[in-house]
Design a protein around this ligand. Sequence first.
Ligand SMILES: Nc1ncnc2c1ncn2[C@@H]1O[C@H](COP(=O)(O)OP(=O)(O)OP(=O)(O)O)[C@@H](O)[C@H]1O
Length: 822
Amino acid sequence: MEEEDPAADPYLPYDGGGDTIPLQEIPKRGSNYVMTNGGGAPSTTTHLLDFLEEPIPGVGTYDDFHTIDWVREKCKDRERHRKINSKKKESAWEFTKSLYDAWSGWLVVTLTGLASGALAGLIDIAADWLNDLKEGVCLSAMWFNHEQCCWTSNETTFAERDKCPQWKSWAELILGQAEGPGSYIMNYFMYIYWALSFAFLAVCLVKVFAPYACGSGIPEIKTILSGFIIRGYLGKWTLMIKTVTLVLAVASGLSLGKEGPLVHVACCCGNIFSYLFPKYSKNEAKKREVLSAASAAGVSVAFGAPIGGVLFSLEEVSYYFPLKTLWRSFFAALVAAFVLRSINPFGNSRLVLFYVEYHTPWYLFELIPFILLGVFGGLWGAFFIRANIAWCRRRKYPVLEVILVAAVTAVVAFPNPYTRQNTSELIKELFTDCGPLESSQLCQYRSQMNGSKAFTDNPNRPAGPDVYAPMWQLCLALVFKIIMTIFTFGLKVPSGLFIPSMAIGAIAGRIVGIAVEQLAYYHHDWFVFREWCEVGADCITPGLYAMVGAAACLGGVTPMTVSLVGIVFELTGGPEDIVPLMGRVMTSKWVATKEFTHVTLAREVMRPRRSDPPLAVLTQDDLTVDELQSTINETSYNGFPVIVSKESQRLVGFALRRDITIAIENARRKQEGIMLNSRVYFTQHAPTLPADSPRPLKLRSILDMSPFTVTDHTPMEIVVDIFRKMGLRQCLVTHNGIVLGIITKKNILEHLEELKQDKEPLAASWYYHKKRHPASHGSNGKPRSRVNHVQLIRSFQDGRGGGGGGGDDSEEEVHLLDGSNL
Ligand SMILES: Nc1ncnc2c1ncn2[C@@H]1O[C@H](COP(=O)(O)OP(=O)(O)OP(=O)(O)O)[C@@H](O)[C@H]1O
């Protein structure tokens, strides 16, 4: 390490550039000593020795909506480790501190897991209760939902599980009659009334208290985990409001799920707990390790799928995922699942949402309909994304829109039993295997099974009117769900896409399943069925088709592959059915993935481009404070290359704008003699100055002397690789040691997008936005307002399904660059 000198710190008194004061001679905090000021008269000042060790407050932190520098954060952590290791042998106290430090990672993920599990349980219970409130109330105990109410009743029969005298529908309570058109209309009215009230309350809470609480939150979390700062996105307000409004939004009956928002809730918990430990709160890279574990805990409780959660965190959201984070994610997912299981919100003593056991295996031929379902899922995904993006561009009135969508949903959903019921319940019903004990309408085949026959003895049967009627209702439900999901996703309430997508796939799957089953029944002599599906044989399970369809549609709207299989596998608890799932998922991945071949060189991507203003640089020892400040004020770049001199242009290092501003402010406040014409220098020793010049300001401590550089001839393939592997924020481009330009992470993303669009004109949201609102940009074309930054940041999330979320109401909210692989 280079030797510190007092002038290296802007707080320290300076002796005029001559001999520096040996460290041991500097008195302790609070004592006085005599110094010469800029060659002038001796002055007495109070010197704070601790500043030698303390970093300048604020230096090394980041502004809102900026990219973090992973390399710098990792170095900081290594330095902290070194310090702790060297001190731990000094005393028992230091040793205890080092132990605490080593364990704090496990502690923070345990707390996160506990909190996520508890909150998920609470949300499940509250949402169930509120959802049933739309139909009626439990007179014996108001806090029971419909199911619990009738469980506790002695008069409930097995066939009519949901009927009991304690549970009163609104018509019974208000009109005193349970049947007839009057009661139907009253129940209909009350259903709409509650749905609208919940939706209105949810959107108002979000709008007034925590705009970041809307949407699923997953794209933003991906953005944050890849190294962006979005202050308040994972804060306590967002957590509180998201928890409450999620319950309301789910209960309002809107076509949305709570799974994505639960991941957001878990990440808020992780972020809040990380503030208890300086190791995490002061290091943005370390904080992201906790957030990775938190997102695993989120998925774990959202679906009851702990392993799926870890895979999700690894594959989908995390950017930096060392082995230690894998273990911690696993542990957080485990703790969260355990807590949720103890709360037992589904009342089935199972963690999984849709536990199914199919009585027959699937046959090779069935891969054809499975693949067709895969195609349907892909088409649904593509259609949904396009339609949702197109709709999001037209969005203007968030509150009104929520009320309208909730009203239409309630009015249309009530008459159809498949749309009225809770979506998770619907999926569960669609997944069911028609056993003898199954009371679902979908299992009312013509020749009813003799109840005493075993499951495995359950041949395919012809469908009668009792099955055709629900089939029609399912078809209508499919159309309804497809349309409503497009309009719902992106509303200003918490909304996840997993459950509606699964429902759409499951409905389509069940319809296809029943169709294939009937085909096999009536045409068992066709060669495809002849071998394995004779009359009376038990061969086709429509529930399995529903499951494959659900996975297909889920895969269509999210880029998950391995984690999707993991989640669906855990969700349904069926190990035999994993092969069709894997097949389906892999097909879509192969079709969708396209590798780029970069033929470009760094100099073609670097900024400034020919038409841009020249690169803003700082010289190492001939700027004044005034000149430095005007460079900072006139531009809004995050940092500036520091060069030897205007003539030589050789690179010395890189200084961040924020660090420079903070250091100057601090020096002005705490250091006497710093004026506008004081010379600023980044060198080890001060330049020789005329005797009457004011005291110079040394800024070497904020200079990054090892910035990443590439030469102008480096292929972009390599540059992208360096950015990916090292987590760089920026990289300087040199030629013979002379700085030519800079490439930032966002430049790389824009470049990748250009490649993706086959060199069509760049359509990044930034440029798009610029065209529409020129007034909101600074002279250098950089967006000024916070809203614009949100849009720009959104460009780093995976465009798929990105219509949701965000805290602004502007039109171009959806966007578009795929940054998930950088
Ligand atoms: N010193 C500089 N001189 C000229 N252009 C620069 C300079 N620094 C950055 N740029 C370019 O200006 C644009 C804005 O850069 P900036 O440093 O603000 O980062 P950014 O890419 O917007 O990312 P962030 O979100 O971190 O602000 C980028 O295209 C970058 O290549």
